[in-house]
Design a protein around this ligand. Sequence first.
Ligand SMILES: [Mg+2]
Length: 120
Amino acid sequence: MANIMIVDDSRTSRKILKQILEDSGHTVVGEAVDGEEGYLKYKELKPDLVTLDITMPKLDGLEALQLIKKCNENAKVVMITAAGQKEKMIQAIKYGAAEFIAKPYDEEDVKQVINKILGA
Ligand SMILES: [Mg+2]
């Protein structure tokens, strides 16, 4: 079971994801509403895994991903994607994203991706 941080500007999206993660036995140790707050909280909380929405204000998911990876090259980061973000997904792979989860969330998909990354 892991300590996970959720970074997403959508309150509803954070709430749904938190529920799925907690139902899977994980602990959501923190939430952030934009990329900048996500990066700052990452350094503070040092979670086992971070979920990063791609489209966010201040710093978007790709910018936050780069900062987090600079801070810890082994950081496990899952990008949360929406339809039509293929280019950004390709960039995220270059920057070291571990995996992707598509919105709207499919509970089984979320669980599989998280367990795969955690090696469960
Ligand atoms: Mg968003």
